[in-house]
Design a protein around this ligand. Structure first.
Ligand SMILES: NC(=O)c1ccc[n+]([C@@H]2O[C@H](COP(=O)([O-])OP(=O)(O)OC[C@H]3O[C@@H](n4cnc5c(N)ncnc54)[C@H](OP(=O)(O)O)[C@@H]3O)[C@@H](O)[C@H]2O)c1
Length: 315
């Protein structure tokens, strides 16, 4: 096993251990529903990342950068690299234990704060009105920011109602530009909608070629909620990066499997947040706006769906 893979496995084990310690539980799959692509967002040399307009009117880049397992010095440098290449949406979470690294990467990049779209997530142990408010401030302090663009409920269990109320108040005070959900299934979403005074803008759920989440996508659409894909490259599982079906499609356009997958998310109107520790991969993942999958390609990729999570250890 390569050293990099070993390091990642160690980080994955540490992450799972921490998640389990913080609170054992289930990772739920959620719902989904994008809106039409809106105005053009931030640009970078040669590549334009479009934005979608969320249901509260704010814009969010349709392609962003995931930071799970990117911790410490490596995390800082990856975030700075990603920003230098043109990524503007950064996705972190309290439970990733890398908000400080993400903040350091932002500072290192020298970018103006308002050019970024920064997402973090409140972890289950911090649900409840007062605890969520405190957790939010801790996240801001670690990131070195004075507001978040998007704050998500990481998983639908525990005192979600208290957490949501705190997030609504923070939103109304202007401390967060948008609030949303992650891993919410239909029943969780319906319950939240029964008391929410502010509509969630996003539901971030596992979505990739092997789990396309069509039903969840429809459910999110019904509520005007933007579908955001976590693990959009399936973390490379099921041999994603050498999958022959994706490779055959990619060959027609001179694109890699990662680019085919990310283009597929884009054409579905789904926000994707691929993570990479390698600058070349970060760049490759941005180069998806100069080709188009046809209807047959889209159907062929849809047929790869196994309709089941590829992350059973997070169930
Ligand atoms: N809300 C939730 O519950 C939840 C759960 C999981 C993840 N997330 C978020 O979603 C983000 C993305 O998901 P993820 O990190 O699990 O997995 P992912 O983005 O699907 O895959 C990351 C893996 O793909 C590799 N990779 C990236 N680009 C590549 C390319 N062009 N060619 C070949 N390999 C490539 C990376 O390796 P290299 O480093 O070698 O490039 C890394 O091993 C996370 O980082 C996190 O922000 C949220």
């Amino acid at each position: 096993m390569k050293k990099k893979d070993q390091d990642q496995n160690i980080r994955r084990r540490e992450f799972l251990k921490t998640s389990a310690k913080i609170s054992a539980g289930t990772l739920f799959m959620g719902a989904g529903a994008p809106r039409l692509l809106g105005a053009t967002g931030p640009s970078l040399p040669g590549v334009k990342i479009e934005s979608i307009t969320l249901n509260n009117g704010i814009k969010m880049p349709i392609l962003g950068f995931g930071t799970l397992y990117l911790n410490g010095e490596e995390g800082k440098n990856c975030v700075a690299d990603a920003i230098s290449l043109g990524y503007r949406l950064l996705d972190t979470a309290t439970v990733y234990q890398n908000e400080e690294a993400v903040g350091a990467g932002i500072a290192k990049s020298g970018i103006q704060r308002e050019k970024l779209f920064v997402t973090s997530k409140v972890w289950v142990d911090d649900y409840g009105y007062e605890k969520t408010k405190t957790a939010f401030q801790t996240s801001l302090d670690k990131l070195g920011l004075d507001y978040l663009d998007l704050y998500l409920i990481h998983r639908p269990r525990g005192d979600v109602k208290g957490a949501w109320k705190a997030m609504e108040d923070l939103y109304n005070e202007g401390r967060i530009r948008a609030i949303g959900l992650s891993n919410f299934e239909a029943s969780h979403l319906e319950e939240l909608m029964s008391y929410a005074k502010t509509d969630p803008v996003v539901n971030q759920i596992e979505t990739h070629a092997f789990f396309r989440q069509e039903e969840a996508n429809k459910m999110n659409k019904k509520y005007g909620i933007q579908h955001e894909a976590w693990s959009p490259l399936a973390q490379g599982r099921n041999d994603h990066f050498t999958n022959e079906t994706l490779a055959a499609i990619g060959k027609k356009y001179n694109k890699t499997n990662a680019q085919v997958s990310l283009r597929w998310h884009y054409q579905r109107g789904i926000v994707a947040i691929p993570r990479s520790s390698q600058k070349a991969h970060m760049q490759e993942n941005l180069e998806i706006f100069d080709f188009e999958l046809n209807d047959d390609d889209m159907k062929t990729i849809a047929a790869l769906d196994l309709d089941i999570t590829q992350f059973p250890e997070w169930e």
